[in-house]
Design a binder for this molecule. Structure first.
Ligand code: ADP
Ligand code: MG
Length: 252
């Protein structure tokens, strides 16, 4: 199996400074793991355990304080931005709130065009094609984000992510805001697109049912640490760590 990501001893500390106090929050403590090419790697943990921080650090949206991030054979931890730029199109992130990646003042088709390289005509045609692939018809190309439903907006955010032809997508609770009926459709879309474009996902969620349905392997995060990692079925059948056991009992 080809290793796409390898992180070593990753650590991230937030410092909160106010007039009255100075506080340090250790969001990631010594994280070591690998993500294989083509897999859906699930990351589960309670709110505040560091999942989003991990997702952002590995694609260098935020800087780690310690450790190494290796993408394929390249240590990208300290690459200067002008070199990192070459890699940026390969990584995307989809948030729980699609408005984080959609500009409310831009028609959705134009947002998708922004990620595409080519002539104006090529950009337009490609954007139509990608939107069609996620289930948004050409007639709605010039509609604004607020004119869509929550599920449709998430589809557009997915199209936006696909526009740069990424290899790896961090999916950060992408269905948590959606009705259960819509959630299923979006999860199926993720699976379909993964097959079509040979994608690798880091799929973050606190929903164990989704993880069981989707993930090949899963890591359980607790207070900034990975307490357990392995094949999804194995973790569900015989959790080793007491926190995982508690998590499974409370959710299923
Ligand atoms: P999760 O996604 O699992 O809910 P986060 O990665 O968002 O966890 O947060 C981990 C911890 O870091 C939490 O205690 C959170 O309050 C804190 N945190 C996250 N982002 C920031 C930030 N920008 N500044 C300060 N603290 C932060
Ligand atoms: Mg989060």
């Amino acid at each position: 199996m080809e290793t796409l990501w390898k992180v070593e001893n990753l650590r991230k500390v937030y410092e909160i400074k106010s007039e009255f106090k100075r506080e340090k929050i250790v969001a990631l403590k010594d994280i070591n793991l690998e993500i294989y090419k083509g897999e859906i790697f699930g990351l589960v943990g309670e709110s505040g355990s560091g999942k989003t921080t991990f997702g952002k650090v590995i694609i260098k949206l935020i800087e780690p304080d310690e450790g190494r991030i290796i993408y394929k054979d390249t240590d990208i931890t300290n690459l200067p931005e002008r070199i990192l730029r070459k890699y940026r199109r390969n990584f995307q992130i989809i948030f729980q709130d699609p408005y984080k990646s959609l500009n409310p003042r831009l028609p959705c088709g134009v947002t998708v065009m922004e990620g595409i390289i080519g002539s104006k005509k090529e950009k337009f045609e490609k954007a139509v094609e990608i939107l069609n692939m996620v289930g948004i018809k050409k007639e709605r190309f010039y509609n604004f984000p607020h004119q869509f439903s929550g599920g449709e907006r998430q589809r557009i955010a997915i199209a936006r992510a696909l526009s740069t032809e990424p290899e790896f997508i961090v999916c950060d609770e992408p269905t948590s805001n959606l009705d259960v009926s819509i959630q299923g459709q979006i999860l199926n879309l993720f699976i379909e697109l993964k097959e079509k474009f040979n994608l690798t996902y880091l799929f973050i969620t606190h929903n164990l049912k989704i993880i069981r349905f989707l993930a090949d392997r899963v890591a359980i995060m607790y207070k900034g640490e990975i307490v357990e990692i392995g094949k999804t079925e194995k973790i569900f059948e015989s959790p080793k760590h007491s926190y995982t056991e508690k998590l499974l009992k409370s959710e299923i």
